[in-house]
Design a protein around this ligand. Structure first.
Ligand code: CP3
Length: 344
């Protein structure tokens, strides 16, 4: 059945309605490359205080839309508010990224899923405020981290290039690992349902560490939990629109898309455009996939590659985005030039 346009071009694209000009948002569009973000960040104190103060979270969510012609706002928060809400100690050290007290099997049993949604109440208040302030043509994106990606931080205690701590834990202690994944599936699904109820139009599941997994591990850690979250959310919110972003899925992208039934597949920048077109049904929306460093460098190489991506996806619903988050050293004028290139 063809969908009825919602008046929000980005949401329409996600629902399968191709636009002549692709709508655009930028992963990590609120962040340190903006001086107005750095000012609020300083005022808020800690990063978690910024996430959990609705007034501040609303303000930084809206900042990039005041500057740029973007089609969506993404809730300002972090994927690691879930471990925090489950009772794990999480802190964000300046210049070091997130640091968590790594979990063992006993600590997994002591997590507090029953309290998590209450802890996250300020997020829902922020969504409500953002929704009221947002123009009706703009899409409001909610999000969570996918269970495997969140588990890599919960088990490893910090980011790592190969996620070896979590991969070994899953192999050494399969039962404790499965218990952790079950908790994350259930809490993430309830968290996304609550985000829809608070005003989100669509949600993105960030599976930032879908790379470094063999096909069996990919099926078990990535596809299974992502599919269960989507199914669980749609039990309460029928047809809830979902973007899946399995960064590094490579040749497993079509299996991910088919099994999870997401509306949009986010493509990282190493995914060749022609390969994605071959692997994914033409009616399925894609999102991506410019290398963020091309925006740091800017100029003609950026514009040429952005045009090649738009051209490559012109026969299918396409949401323009980077292939990963924008980096702090990105010059603002390059973001302006990129958006102008897409909107022309
Ligand atoms: O996109 C947005 O503008 C919304 C906000 C958002 C943040 N983090 C804010 C943030 C979103 C959607 C995220 C997702 C997130 N967080 C992911 C998945 C996306 C990805 O990039 O792969 C991951 C893996 C995290 C975990 C995380 N949070 C890391 C590894 C770091 C440190 C590295 C870094 O980029 O600084 C964070 C901190 C963080 N999250 C910052 C911001 C703006 C910077 C912290 C600061 O301002 O001091």
């Amino acid at each position: 059945m063809p969908s009825i346009p919602t008046g929000k071009p980005l949401l329409d694209t996600a629902l399968g309605m191709r636009q002549n000009t692709p709508p655009i948002w930028i992963m990590r569009q609120a962040g340190r490359y903006l001086p107005e973000y750095r000012a609020v960040r300083e005022k808020a104190g800690s990063f978690l205080d910024l996430c959990f103060t609705p007034e501040y979270a609303t303000e930084v969510t809206l900042q990039p839309l005041r500057r740029f012609d973007l089609d969506a706002a993404i809730l300002f928060s972090d994927i690691l508010v879930i471990p925090h809400a489950l009772g794990q100690t999480v802190r964000f050290a300046a210049g070091e990224g997130p640091i968590l007290e790594p979990l063992d099997a006993k600590a997994i049993a002591n997590l507090t899923p029953e309290k998590a949604l209450e802890e996250l109440a300020p997020v829902f208040e922020a969504l409500d405020r953002i929704k009221s302030a947002l123009d009706a043509s703009k899409t409001l994106i909610g999000f969570c981290g996918a269970p495997w990606t969140v588990a890599t931080y919960m088990l490893g205690g910090r980011g790592s290039p190969d996620q070896a701590a979590a991969r070994l834990f899953a192999l050494h202690a399969p039962e404790a690992f499965a218990a952790l994944m079950d908790i994350l599936v259930e809490v993430s699904a309830r968290y996304l349902v609550a985000q829809f109820k608070a005003g989100a139009d669509i949600v993105q599941i960030f599976e930032s560490w879908a790379l470094n997994l063999d096909e069996d591990a990919f099926a078990q850690y990535v596809i299974g939990p992502n599919a269960r979250i989507v199914e669980r959310v749609r039990k309460e919110i029928p047809d809830a629109p979902v973007i899946g972003f399995p960064r590094g899925a490579a040749g497993l992208i079509s299996r991910y898309a088919a099994a999870t039934e997401v509306n949009v597949v986010g493509l990282d920048f190493s995914m060749p455009v022609a390969f994605a077109n071959k692997m994914l049904p033409e009616t399925l929306a894609v999102q991506g996939n410019l290398d963020p460093l091309r925006v740091v460098a800017g100029g003609r190489q950026m514009e040429a590659r952005a045009r090649a991506i738009v051209d490559g996806f012109k026969n299918r619903p396409h949401i323009f985005n980077l292939g990963h988050g924008i980096t702090p050293q990105t010059p603002i004028e390059n973001v302006e030039a990129l958006i102008k290139t897409i909107k022309q």
